[in-house]
Design a protein around this ligand. Structure first.
Ligand code: UD1
Length: 354
């Protein structure tokens, strides 16, 4: 029990996609009257990466904010471990819930398991099988030290089985989030045809040549159709001068809210991305997608024909976008659940963990 004499569940988040996943899960917790608190590590701290999402998703301010911002992987994770441990000792939660694959996920799961606190992993069993990605290491470790594995797809359950872990098929909480806001009036300021771009993965932004090839591709594409590029701070910080190339006809903008992003994904002729979440959102909103990566965590989107993986070569990217732009995406098969993943997670926790 915590100092207030209550058994709580502690949600640990820190990065933009985790705030989006958190929203439907805390709603389900409220619906089932499950006591909880939220810890935000501070991994994402810019207004457009953090507060904007708490505000627009109607999330209450976190109970704990650790303020651990950008640093090397080891230092960032180490500082998180210390800060999270202090909170765990104070709150003695019955369980910790971690989300996805960021350094905040890794630190949350590790700090908790070392104190003998039960860990649940939301979005468990997801793999790209590319161990050069920091996210892949975070996922593998989080899965192997967690007690409960809430899997977004049957593929994820199958993957965990091969690793000797029993997953619980709940569906994807990101689909819940999307359905939740789909009823809202989703608008954005752009008219006419455009392609929408997000690029932030370390594999594309830590390697200057790769990013310059992607930028070259976007310039080629902008000769055919408007290009809108909401830029993640990682990309902005590394390529300030490249992004200021005014001869480019590319609309470089700040990151937008979840609501605006969904509206823009829905209305774009084609999505160009290296984000895992955006690949799924494009698929679910019926938008063709070109993913600039060699692997994906979401093979279902590729098998359906709605998503194509391409290498960082300007002409290859241009040709893929020109082809995909004219594609009609009809998803008869949705592998991401029935929109009640959060409820299933909350029910499981209420029955087994409190
Ligand atoms: C993290 C996750 C990634 C997730 C992404 C979503 C890890 C290892 N990676 O990557 O899985 O897809 O979040 O956005 O946890 N920065 C700012 N302001 C911010 C946040 C970041 O300027 O609010 C800049 C900093 O220059 C920082 C860089 O972005 O060095 C990278 O931040 P980092 O914590 O490594 O995470 P992401 O690249 O955002």
């Amino acid at each position: 029990m915590n100092p207030e004499g209550i058994n709580i569940i502690l949600h640990i988040v820190g990065a933009r996609p985790q705030f989006i996943k958190l929203a439907p899960v805390v709603q389900a917790f409220q619906d089932l009257s499950i006591p909880y608190k939220v810890l935000h590590t501070g991994q994402h701290y810019d207004y457009t990466m953090s507060d904007l999402h708490f505000d627009s998703l109607g999330l209450q301010a976190p109970d704990y904010y650790l303020g651990i911002a950008s640093d090397s992987h080891a230092r960032q994770t180490a500082l998180m471990l210390q800060g999270i441990e202090d909170v765990l000792i104070k709150e003695t939660p019955k369980m910790v819930l971690v989300y996805g694959d960021t350094n905040s996920t890794l630190a949350g799961a590790l700090a908790a398991v070392k104190l003998g606190i039960r860990v649940g992993h939301v979005a468990a069993g997801v793999r790209s099988y590319d161990r050069t990605m920091p996210e892949e290491i975070n996922r593998i470790v989080a899965d192997h030290i967690s007690d409960h594995h809430f899997c977004p797809t049957q593929t994820a359950v199958n993957i965990l089985k091969t690793e000797g872990i029993e997953g619980i098929l709940t569906g994807d909480v990101m689909y819940d989030a999307l359905l939740h806001v789909r009823g809202e009036d989703l608008t954005h300021p752009y008219t006419g045809d455009y392609v929408l771009v997000t690029i932030h993965r370390a594999e594309n932004t830590d390697n200057r040549e790769k990013f310059l090839a992607i930028w070259e591709a976007l310039k080629l594409i902008s000769q055919h159709i408007s290009v809108i590029f909401p830029v993640h701070p990682r990309t902005r910080n590394k390529f300030v001068r490249v992004l200021a190339d005014t001869g480019s006809h590319i609309d470089v903008i700040d990151p937008v809210s979840y609501f605006t992003m969904l509206a823009m994904i829905r209305d774009t002729r084609c999505m160009i991305t290296d984000s895992g979440g955006v690949q799924k959102e494009a698929f679910l909103l019926g938008t063709p997608c070109v993913t600039i990566r060699g692997t994906t965590e979401w093979p279902e989107t590729v098998h359906s024909g709605a998503n194509r993986l391409v290498a960082t070569e300007p002409d290859t990217i241009l040709n893929a976008v020109l082809t995909m732009m004219d594609m009609k995406v009809i998803n008869t098969n949705n592998p991401f659940g029935d929109g009640h993943a959060s409820r299933k997670i909350a029910e499981f926790i209420k029955d087994h963990c409190l």
